[in-house]
Design a protein around this ligand. Structure first.
Ligand code: T6T
Length: 321
């Protein structure tokens, strides 16, 4: 059956027509250049986000580049953003890795004429971005606390593990988690420890916390590597299933740990939608159409019981498009 080749040719033709500047072939993007700066490379959350952005870019006839630093670190992301600015894209989707440190690099993007769309994370300063698109992370944190409190029958000692302070998303999740967990009088909350987005560090923090607190019954992991590392730490301590773990995100590795029983709950975001919305709002901003200041995308609690239900599995992250 020749279908795939035909389709490939059709797509190429459309793209060529759009790039040629004749934008009345349905691609309102008119050959514009958009760059997506991920929070970090190799994270299935951002890979899934890039898939959504890529699909929307194709739909709108936009040329999309995807880049990012190898580690979650503002000092590594800054030169990446400066290199993007030097290429003068029409618009940039960016997940700033710190609420303050990326202000100046983002300002440079804007002063070189790019429309700045913040996806997932955001700066404290709202004056640079056209819009901020992310999950309602505070609500997600509260949902994680409710899920964990149920899992531990509302009693015992729990702890949290996150990346580092100064990240808009994980800080909001912790705020939501801590506010909610404090409403459960039977639960003692030990506070949060930080792992610098390193799963090995997360694992060792968890094994030493379990060793130090024999009454520990639950852990909240605020993102992918916090969750993956915490699951490894619980397994290494021989406490899989005994110490309950609820983590943000839903990578293939986290879902495997959920099926195996070292994770009991995941709060899955919708990175694909965040990426698609990001390109859509970038094109709208370039077309001088109104763009909402903030857009909140969906999230859902995933457990062993609902992980295979179609309206849940569509939330699970992918390692490739
Ligand atoms: O949890 C996501 C993202 O929302 C957060 O801002 C940073 O960590 C992740 O990328 C997962 O690693």
């Amino acid at each position: 059956m020749k279908t795939p080749t035909y389709v490939a040719v059709a797509i190429a033709l459309t793209a060529a027509a759009t790039l040629g500047g004749c934008s009345d072939d349905g691609g309102s993007g008119g050959g514009r250049k958009i760059t997506f700066v991920q929070g970090v490379k190799g994270d299935e959350f951002y890979i899934s986000m890039a898939c959504g952005a890529q699909q929307k870019a194709k739909e709108l006839g936009v040329k999309l580049d995807v880049t990012g630093a190898d580690k979650w670190d503002a000092s590594l992301q800054t030169p990446v953003v400066n290199a993007v600015a030097a290429k003068s894209p029409d618009a940039v989707l960016i997940a700033p890795t710190d609420t303050q440190a990326l202000r100046q690099p983002e300002q440079q993007l804007k002063s070189r004429g790019a429309k700045v769309i913040e996806v997932d994370t955001k700066l404290d300063d709202a004056s640079i971005r056209e819009t901020a698109i992310s999950s309602d992370n505070e609500r997600g944190g509260a949902l994680a606390a409710q899920t964990l409190a149920n899992l531990v029958q509302d009693r015992g000692t729990v702890a949290a593990i996150s990346v580092k302070p100064g990240i808009s998303t994980t800080d909001a999740r912790l705020k939501g988690f801590e506010t909610e967990i404090r409403k459960h009088p039977g639960i003692t909350y030990l506070g949060v420890q930080y792992n610098d987005d390193d799963p090995a560090k997360a694992a060792s923090i968890v094994t030493s916390t379990i060793a130090a607190h024999r009454d520990l019954v639950g852990i909240f992991g605020a993102n992918v590597f916090s969750g993956e590392g915490a699951a490894t730490g619980i397994e290494q301590a021989g406490k899989a299933g005994q110490v309950k773990l609820v983590a943000f995100d839903a990578t293939p590795k986290q879902v495997e740990a959920l099926r195996k029983g070292s994770i009991q709950g995941l709060i899955a975001q919708k990175p694909f939608d965040i990426g698609a919305q990001g390109v859509e709002q970038a094109v709208a901003a370039l077309d001088k159409k109104p763009v909402p200041k903030t857009i909140a995308t969906d999230l859902i609690a995933v457990t062993k019981d609902n992980v295979d239900q179609p309206d849940v599995s569509k939330y699970l992250y992918k390692g490739a498009c």
